[in-house]
Design a protein around this ligand. Structure first.
Ligand code: AMP
Length: 333
């Protein structure tokens, strides 16, 4: 029996952070045995923020090493670099013909980015969900493991897949569904700066590659308040974020312990942060060691990228052929 197909990717801008790990990569690792997996490095997507050629190259190598260090196995999964598969940009062009300005302008991620970088509201940002749809449907994905921040973009991918199927009267693309384990909600890893999500562009990220000293420093700087003054008081966002992060990285009894202290108005945020920092360090330190080791073996990285590109291109070219036939690109001469 064929395994269901899974596609997901991460942009190579900087290092993988806890949001990327718990929102996406941890699920990638768990899916490798039971799904036909394609995990890529979204270097074309990252051009929306205009990296220098040097930064782009080192970012791609870094994420590749980080994927491997986290436990993605190139023998089980197809790991590839987006720009190694030009078929995806061809499909992106075709999908763009049926993607409408109004719906693209209304996506939250576009509006957020336009606000964050008003000097650089480029067409690539606007059509970001179209490229994302092409990435997913070119391998006929059934599932997409992503964090909560990508929920709307994934909804757009579903819409574009359905639209194409309808326009050309054939169910060529499965309609991709978000994937989480145990049917749980998609995860959002908060930042420690008081509000919102952890992210590279938010400048509040704790990276897998950070050394323990850096992690402790970042966690100890997390925004808190003067503490609760009523029993069982509702937590303000900054404090809730600290607890959410603890629920993600620490043992359940650790989070419960601090929750009880909070409810009894006996919490000392300094102690809680120290514990949280140590739990993050225990999680990331072995991964960090492996990243350093893998980065030293450039030949291995090149081999993995080449093998992934071949497998991904084969799958993408097959779909693109079908798409071109459906659209009506026939050989006339
Ligand atoms: P990006 O870094 O935007 O390319 O995101 C790559 C993947 O990481 C996507 O699946 C995102 O949903 C996920 N991700 C990024 N930040 C977070 C976060 N704070 N919480 C959960 N998932 C996240």
């Amino acid at each position: 029996m064929n395994k269901p197909t899974v596609v997901s990717g991460i942009r190579p801008t900087g290092y993988l952070h806890l949001g990327n790990y718990f929102g996406a990569v941890r699920n990638f690792i768990r899916m490798q045995d039971d799904f036909n997996c394609f995990f890529f490095i979204a270097d074309i997507h990252s051009l929306t923020t205009h990296p220098t050629p040097g930064d782009l190259q080192s970012g791609v190598k870094q994420v590749l090493a980080e994927y491997l260090a986290c436990g993605i196995d190139p023998e089980k999964s197809t790991i590839f670099i987006q720009s190694d598969v030009p078929e995806v940009t061809e499909l992106y062009t075709f999908l763009n013909m049926n993607a409408y300005l109004g719906e693209l302008e209304r996506t939250t991620s576009f509006k957020d980015k336009a606000r964050q970088q008003p000097e650089n509201v480029n067409a690539g940002l606007l059509t970001y969900p179209v490229l994302m749809a092409a990435d997913i449907i070119i391998h006929k994905a059934h599932f997409v493991p992503v964090g909560k921040d990508q929920e709307q973009n994934l909804e757009m991918a579903r819409k574009f897949a359905k639209r194409f199927n309808r326009m050309y009267g054939k169910n060529i693309f499965p309609i991709p569904r978000p994937f989480t384990f145990d049917g749980k909600d998609m995860i959002k890893v908060p930042g420690l700066d008081g509000s919102g999500k952890m992210g590279k562009s938010e400048g509040n990220a704790i990276n897998l590659y950070d050394d323990p000293r850096e992690i402790r420093k970042k966690v100890m700087r997390a925004v808190t308040d003067s503490g609760p003054n009523e029993m069982n008081q509702e937590k303000p966002e900054a404090i809730q974020n600290l607890f959410t992060l603890m629920e993600i990285v620490s043992k359940p009894e650790t989070a419960e312990h601090f929750n009880e202290l909070y409810n009894k108005c006996e919490i000392r945020y300094g102690d809680m942060k120290k514990q949280l920092a140590e739990d993050i360090v225990s999680y990331t330190a072995p991964i960090r060691d492996r990243i350093i080791e893998i980065l030293e073996d450039q030949d291995y990285l090149a081999k993995v990228a080449k093998m992934g590109a071949e497998k991904a291109r084969e799958s993408a070219a097959k779909t693109l052929n079908e798409v071109k036939n459906l659209i009506g690109f026939k050989k006339l001469f």
